[in-house]
Design a protein. Sequence first.
Length: 494
Amino acid sequence: MIPAPDVIEEALRAASRHPKCAAAIVLVEELSQAEVRYALNTTTTNGVRRDRTVTVIAITAENSVGTARQSGTPDPADLVKAALADAEGSPPAEDAMALLTPSDLAATHTGPIGIPFDTPPASVDLSALDTVLAGLAPAFTRARNRPHPVNLAGFAEYGITTVYLGTSTGLRLAHAQPTGAVQLSALTATAASAPASSAPASAPASAWIGTPDVHADFAPLEDEIWRRLEWAAKTSPLPAGRYDVVMPPSAVTDMMACLHFFGLSGRDAEDGRSVFSAPSPGTTRLGELLSTTPFTLYSDPYEPGVECLPFNAVGSSSSDVSVFDDGLPLGRTDWIHDGHLAALQYHRAGAAHSNLKPSPYIDNLILRADPAPAPASPAPTSTSTSTSTDDLVAEVEHGLLLTCLWYIREVDPTTFLMTGLTRDGVYVIEDGKVVGATNNFRFNESPLDLLARASRVGTPVRSLAREWGEYLNRTVMPPLRIPDFNMSSVSQAS
């Protein structure tokens, strides 16, 4: 294929020759990914794929915006024509701002942003999954040979997306983003499916665990699956109600991801449609205390271990991100700082309207309850020992270990109440030990209320959300202990 930088230059030349095009932005995303899927104790599919997506954004003299996007090897001039056709008849964009120039970036950002523009796209092959594949084969054998046979299933994937951005004002930026995930689910075989020679089967049990690190040792994942299935050998039903709950980092990540995706819109807050709307019309709760625990929830493209795209590169505008900001350097943004609401998401036009600094979406999320390190500085040395999920469990007299959340949806944006289901493992805690499993529940909780009520906070670790990990892969979260977690009803889902 034509190199991505050449596609961008050709599209920008075509845009410059078109009389109706006042400015243009071109994005090319190159994905190279290896993946393997497995079920019933065997791999089912594996392979490597490469995708390219080209997006042309055309802006008219009246600031009407049109977008054309196509996969594969489209003709750049045809995409420019399609983008201008999309702009015809559209009103001037509310988020219109002057496109950024190299001089704008040089005035606000020292040093290079991303990688050199002429860097070839990264390439991935199945060797990226060698560690996972080496661990799966013996795990499948052990699953089949257990007293109560177990079916293992899941997937592993590792890819690198190389993003190239060019504008008619001279910006040329690129970035290579690795993304990985390993998910492992286990389901005990039912009496009907178990071999006749096996021990009598108990009630089916399921468990899940995941990690974003495809290069990590596979053995701890497998060990944790067996541990959770052993916990589930004893089951006892429980009614709906409020419980003292321990949430591991994966479950915390799912709830905080909801906040990151759906709760931090500055425009929604000013319009009175958000939990962060203040009583006075057009105002927000910026600066208000949300939690007496000094939580800091932040995003930083340079956070070690979860680095992400360091500049704005979007193909369409929304209430909080803008194509006019493409190329805008991104830095650390504290959404919550020491328990106070510190920032909401704004593009440049929205921020200018509200007399604030721009704070667009950033593709990672970190939650800590101690002062987080400044950008590009080492983490502070702590004299305290690490506090894990198991440590929090050991402190609970009566409660639940809530390992996995699913189907989380917003109920009320003005309180940010979410509802969802538990899945693949709700475990009973008695006197600091997990003593068995119980039924699934539907829950009703707000991520903000969880932060406000948290009675214990563990050590943040790299985490993968069960539901939202596909969309927010780069996260660092602690386990939390939450009193009075609202299990609103018993769920029959399994």
